[in-house]
Design a protein around this ligand. Structure first.
Ligand code: AMP
Length: 211
């Protein structure tokens, strides 16, 4: 199954994508991790994107679309993949739909991890206390990344809602509960119950300060 984990920076998409990869065998396709890898190995792609990433800006659509296009053709993605941090703009979502469509595939499910802004800020402060933070992981950069999220990425919620693919999970719950909720959605989608379940699983989001 091809599914998208959606949500603001720090919502827990990476954690849940890794768990899905382990349990279901669908690789985690994280554009953020691919770009950090490019920076770490000193490639031209990394040199071009580092500054944007450190500032919490989006990397140009054509750059991330190209790295995902390469990745979906790897054999490990044949049975599906978990898209984590991609797509982040409407053009990226359209490109993903067409890329998968050309290969006879589709996004079956989009799961939004709903976490309030104040909790995201608390999480980053916690990572700083634990000394467990990235270059773009400061409260200031997070605030900027949140404003980019609300401006460029949140409109994708309507895009996927209109396709009947969007479901929401309370991302404020403990990790194992979030995992269980995602597992339930994946199972019901895989059983043919459809991915458009916005009823009992979709809880209201309360957003504090939309950036
Ligand atoms: P992430 O690890 O997903 O939070 O991504 C870290 C950073 O990589 C983002 O703040 C962006 O600068 C860049 N990035 C990752 N994925 C994308 C994407 N799909 N579109 C544009 N920029 C991205």
């Amino acid at each position: 199954m091809n599914l998208v984990l959606f949500g603001p920076p720090g919502a827990g998409k990476g954690t849940q994508a890794k768990i899905l990869q382990e349990r279901r065998g669908w690789p985690q396709l994280s554009t953020g991790e691919m770009l950090r890898h490019a920076i770490g190995t000193g490639t031209e792609l990394g040199r071009k994107t580092k500054d944007l990433m450190d500032r919490g800006e989006l990397v140009p659509d054509e750059v991330v679309i190209a790295i995902i296009a390469e990745r979906v053709d790897e054999p490990d993605s044949a049975a599906g993949a978990v898209f984590d941090g991609f797509p982040r703009t409407i053009p990226q979502a359209r490109a993903l739909d067409s890329m998968l469509g050309q290969r006879g595939k589709r996004i079956a499910l989009v799961i939004e991890l709903m976490v309030r802004d104040d909790a995201l800020i608390q999480r980053v402060e916690q990572r700083i206390r634990e000394g467990n933070q990235r270059a773009d992981d400061t409260p200031e950069t997070l605030r900027h990344r949140l404003s980019v999220y609300y401006r460029n990425t949140a409109p994708l919620l309507d895009y996927y809602r209109e396709q009947g693919k969007l479901a929401g999970v309370d991302g404020m719950a403990p990790i194992h509960e979030v995992t269980a909720a995602i597992g339930g959605l994946v199972d019901s989608c895989g059983n043919g119950a459809g991915a458009g379940n916005e009823g009992p699983n979709r809880q209201r989001k309360s957003v504090v300060g939309t950036g």
